[in-house]
Design a binder for this molecule. Structure first.
Ligand code: ZN
Length: 177
């Protein structure tokens, strides 16, 4: 069943604890002009929100597409459709934030390198070896496709530090529902 994509103007970045952020996303079976346009729109939303990556579930669509631009510029963004990570190796530790968890930045343990295999917007499968920030961004964004957030991976000390910010987001969500 192809997923219904609403008017782009109605799309917003969802915040924790919106339950859509916890869903497992579906494979994209057809790279339609709408999916291509959506990838461009996601890159624009990412740039406007000062992010370096955005996953479709963050705008309420449970489909397996992410965009990443390490410069933060939409024009440099790459779209990864149905991305799968392999060769996860090494260990690194860096500060992360997430457009869906505003106000929280915390250190997260990640693999230092990985290989991503995905389909591009032209329908072509490609593989890319990633390290450093790109590797971290790929792990962060593909986690979104499994309903995982970086705050699931932070230490209990960081959790204490950010308890108040998370409680505030939870209260905001309740009030806006
Ligand atoms: Zn995120």
């Amino acid at each position: 069943m192809p997923i219904e994509i609403p008017e782009f103007s109605s799309l917003n970045i969802l915040s924790y604890p919106n339950p859509v952020l916890r869903q497992n996303s579906e494979l994209i079976t057809d790279i339609t002009p709408q999916i291509i346009a959506l990838s461009e729109h996601m890159a624009d939303m990412m740039e406007q929100s000062l992010g370096i990556g955005l996953a479709a579930p963050q705008i309420g669509l449970s489909i397996r597409m992410i965009v990443i631009s390490l410069s933060g510029k939409a024009e440099h963004a790459a779209a990864f459709i149905n991305p799968v990570l392999s060769n996860l190796e090494g260990e690194t530790d860096g500060e992360e934030g997430c457009l869906s968890v505003p106000g929280v930045r915390a250190n997260v343990k990640r693999y230092s390198t990985c290989t991503v295999t995905a389909t591009n917007i032209h329908g072509k499968e490609f593989s890319l070896d990633a390290d450093e920030l790109l590797s971290i961004a790929l792990q962060h964004e593909t986690d979104h496709l499994e309903g995982k957030l970086f705050i699931d991976k932070i230490s209990s000390v960081s959790k204490l530090v950010y308890r108040r910010a998370l409680k505030k987001l939870e209260a905001d969500y309740k009030n806006n529902k």
